[in-house]
Design a protein around this ligand. Structure first.
Ligand code: MLT
Length: 396
């Protein structure tokens, strides 16, 4: 036995990560009962990679086996071809980001949980319910966490009004995971203004920006002042089916400064210590996903996830069940019917409908009594889930 103690912060975490626990319970149910379930739990993509992405990987793989063209370590921060493609994606949306403000990573989970490494001990401000990674990584780092609660009254779009004014690391995700709610321009501006006023860093997770529709900012940099106080995280996971490939980016604007240091320089230095980059093959795949053909080929899967979420929403609406999300997001967030707790509803849904979702309580205290359905499924699976809901007593 080793005598080095485990980090004591672990004792403040739940034993299992939320989706590990959902998987464990689902597996236990299947072992005891056999058969299949429809998985609307973790937001994992349901369709294979589009041909343009696969072709780019094949081509890049062949290059890696060629004496004249193989590549060793990727450049720190990513290949210029991908950074330029991402800058081009922003420009199409009217947002000017320079390629040297973009850093390539292996997923928004790693990027959002690692970014606070570059700051000293700071208070963290998080909306609740929340993607558990922000809260768990803050606890592991030993940061004090203040929650701003979402609820039915604010339709799970809490504002910073009433929060003690001091510098925080603020995590914000819109369109939101888990609630599916999305801030409009004014709601997001309140957060940017709060960050500017308090000297906070606003870490904006735009992993679901492909689902944001008209009138909803798909980037925090659509808001005036954001370049002085925000960093943004983007991902290919949900928009291009990269959950198994891993590729993401972080935008750190030149204006973002921490005392005398440029935050982008700190992030670059941190990454050079702890991260050796994303492989050439995957970066070429990501570049292909952003090409004209890539946009055409990646679009249909996103449309199906949106339609699935809309089908769930239509069912809940017809049954008078309070819900949010599902329009500008792949997630639908409901109040558990019959006053059930989140876990009671999870169990009832699993045993009664053989459908897996995610208990709202797993996303924080404010999620108790609520439940998240993910639209990341095939159309057939989503339609079958709705048929099962229709037959179930749970929703009567
Ligand atoms: C989720 O279901 O919340 C996401 O798939 C988790 C993730 O993106 O890491």
């Amino acid at each position: 036995m080793i005598k080095v103690p485990a980090a004591r912060e672990f004792s403040a975490l739940e034993k299992n990560y939320l989706f590990t626990e959902v998987r464990r319970k689902t597996q236990k149910f299947l072992t005891e009962n056999g058969g299949e379930v429809i998985n609307l739990g973790v937001g994992d993509v349901a369709f294979p990679l589009p041909p343009v992405v696969v072709e780019a990987m094949v081509k890049a793989t062949l290059e890696m086996g060629d004496n004249a063209r193989f590549k060793g370590y990727p450049p720190e921060g990513g290949y210029p071809f991908l950074k330029e493609a991402i800058a081009g994606r922003y420009l199409k949306r009217g947002v000017k980001i320079d390629a040297d403000e973009i850093f390539i990573g292996d997923g928004a989970k790693s990027d959002t949980s690692s970014f606070p490494d570059i700051f000293g001990r700071a208070d963290v401000l998080i909306t609740d319910p929340v993607y558990p990674v922000y809260a768990d990584s803050s606890v592991l780092r030993g940061n004090r966490v203040t929650f701003v609660r979402g609820n039915k009254q604010n339709r799970f779009l809490p504002s910073p009004r009433g929060v003690e004014k001091k510098p925080y690391l603020i995590f914000l995700c819109s369109p939101n995971n888990p609630s599916g709610a999305a801030y409009g321009h004014d709601g997001l501006k309140e957060w940017v203004d709060f960050a500017l006023e308090t000297g906070s860093a606003l870490l904006f997770d735009a992993a679901y920006s492909a689902f944001a529709g008209v009138g909803v900012p798909s980037s925090v940099f659509e808001i005036d002042g954001a370049r002085e106080c925000c960093a943004e995280f983007g991902s290919f996971s949900k928009s291009a089916g990269f959950t198994g490939l891993r590729c993401s980016w972080t935008v750190v604007p030149k204006e973002l400064k921490c005392r005398k240091s440029q935050v982008s320089a700190l992030w670059k230095r941190r990454q050079s210590v702890k991260f050796n980059g994303v492989s050439y093959v995957i970066q070429r795949a990501a570049e292909a996903a952003l090409s004209e053909r890539g946009i055409t080929e990646c679009g249909p899967a996103v449309e199906i996830y949106k339609k699935n979420a809309a089908a769930f929403t239509a069912f809940f609406k017809a049954r008078g069940i309070w819900h949010t999300g599902g329009e500008l997001s792949p997630y639908v967030w409901i109040e558990c019917p019959k006053n059930l707790s989140s876990v009671e509803f999870f169990n009832g849904l699993l045993s009664g409908c053989r459908v897996v979702g995610t208990p709202g309580s797993g996303f924080g205290k404010a999620g108790e009594g609520f439940f998240r359905f993910s639209g990341f499924a095939t159309e057939n699976a989503a339609a079958e889930a709705v048929r099962r809901f229709e037959r179930s007593d749970l929703f009567r």
